[in-house]
Ligand binder design. Structure first.
Ligand code: AMP
Ligand code: ZN
Length: 112
């Protein structure tokens, strides 16, 4: 828990979110500024700043998050999806609490 972290506040329930999944280690909620018809984030309850701050200790957590991606995507009505992890300022990261974006719906996403 980091007191000035917006995602920690969402996890704690101090800031509202469109949360649709919660278990003992992660939550998932819709992005407030969606870039696709369906756009949500999977967020560990543990405050880790970014993927670059993960090590072997986080292996199970990272595996758990990735395995949740197709499950939650299907539950949200996606047949295919894109997964994105922005890392560091140069990687476009704005919120420094590890999260995996999942988005899709509507039309085939352009090639990156
Ligand atoms: P990133 O660039 O990967 O750090 O993305 C952070 C994402 O968090 C952005 O897509 C924001 O739209 C999203 N975001 C910021 N604040 C909130 C919030 N209160 N609820 C939901 N999503 C948020
Ligand atoms: Zn946090």
């Amino acid at each position: 828990m980091s007191t000035d972290c917006i995602f920690c506040k969402i996890i704690k329930g101090d800031i509202p979110s469109k949360k649709f999944h919660e278990d003992d280690e992660v939550i998932a909620f819709n992005d407030i500024r969606p870039i696709a018809p369906v756009h949500f984030m999977i967020v560990p309850k543990l405050h880790v700043e970014s993927l670059a701050d993960c090590d072997a200790v986080h292996r199970d957590l990272l595996g758990r998050i990735l395995l949740l991606v197709p499950k939650l995507a299907k539950e949200q009505g996606l047949n295919g999806f894109r997964t994105m992890i922005n890392t560091g300022h140069e990687g476009g990261q704005e919120v420094f609490h590890l999260h995996v974006h999942v988005f899709g719906g509507g039309q085939t996403l352009p090639k990156t």
